[in-house]
Design a protein around this ligand. Structure first.
Ligand code: G3P
Length: 215
C-alpha cells in the first residue's frame, strides 16, 4: 500500500520523506490555509521535496472554472493531481480533465455510489473521508471496503485514497482491505512508527552492550 502525507507543512513533509516511506502528498484548502503562504508557492515546494503524486485542490464550484483551475495547477509540476469535490459540476470537470490528460482526485467521497460515479467520470483517485464518517457515527472503513470491492469487480484504473485518517487503525484496516493508498497526517505516521516495546528493547540492548568486554 502506498502512503501519502496529508499535510501542507513543509517541515513535516521534509522529515517524513527522509524516512523513505512517503509516496505522495495530499493537501486541501484548510491545510494550505494553516501555512499562511501563497498556495502556488507551497505546492511548488512540496513538489520539489516529494517525487510522487501531489494533490492540489480547486476552490471554485462550476465545471468550467474548475477546469481552468485544473489547467493552471497542472502546469505547476507534472506530478500535480487536481483535487475536485464530488458534485455534479465536479464530475463534469473530472471528465473534461480526463480528456485533457490532467490527473484528478475526487474528494469528499462519503458513499460508494459517489466513488463509482467518480471512477466512471475518469477520476484517477477517489478519496473517501473515513474520519469524518466516524465523527458522524458511521463506520468509515465500511465505505472503503465497499469501494475496494466494487473497483475490484470492474476494470477501473481509479485508485482508492483512504483520507481523513485519524489513527493507525485506519491505516492498518486500509492495508488489510487492499486500499491502494492511505493519506496520513504526520502525527499518525509517527504513531505507526513507534512502539513502547521497541524503545524498551533498545534501552535493554544498549545497557547490556555496556557489559560486553571491549578488549
Ligand atoms: O485531505 C482530506 C482529508 O484527509 C481531511 O481530513 O481530518 O480534515 O477530516 P480531516
Amino acid at each position: 500500500m502506498k502512503i501519502f502525507l496529508d499535510t501542507a507543512n513543509i517541515e513535516e513533509i521534509r522529515k517524513a520523506s527522509e524516512l523513505g516511506v512517503v509516496d505522495g502528498v495530499t493537501t486541501n484548502p484548510s491545510l494550505i490555509a494553516k501555512e499562511g503562504r501563497r498556495f502556488e508557492d507551497v505546492v511548488k515546494e512540496i513538489c520539489s521535496i516529494v517525487d510522487g503524486p501531489i494533490s492540489a485542490e480547486t476552490v471554485t464550484e462550476m465545471a468550467d472554472t474548475m477546469v481552468e483551475e485544473a489547467v493552471r495547477l497542472s502546469k505547476i509540476h507534472p506530478n500535480i493531481v487536481v483535487k475536485i469535490p464530488m458534485t455534479a459540476e465536479g464530475l463534469k470537470a473530472v471528465s473534461e480533465c480526463r480528456k485533457r490528460g490532467i490527473k484528478t482526485n475526487v474528494t469528499l467521497i462519503f458513499s460508494a455510489n459517489q466513488a463509482l460515479l467518480a471512477a466512471k467520470a475518469g477520476a484517477n483517485y477517489v478519496s473517501p473521508f473515513v474520519g469524518r464518517l466516524d465523527d458522524n457515527t458511521e463506520y468509515g472503513m465500511d465505505l472503503v471496503e465497499r469501494i475496494v470491492s466494487i473497483f475490484h469487480n470492474y476494470v477501473y484504473d481509479t485508485e482508492v485514497i483512504v483520507a481523513s485518517v485519524r489513527n493507525p487503525i485506519h491505516v492498518l484496516e486500509a492495508a488489510q482491505m487492499g486500499a491502494d493508498i492511505a493519506t496520513v497526517p504526520y502525527s499518525v505516521l509517527m504513531q505507526m512508527l513507534k512502539h513502547p516495546l521497541t524503545d524498551i528493547g533498545i534501552q535493554k540492548f544498549l545497557s547490556d552492550w555496556k557489559k560486553v568486554p571491549k578488549e
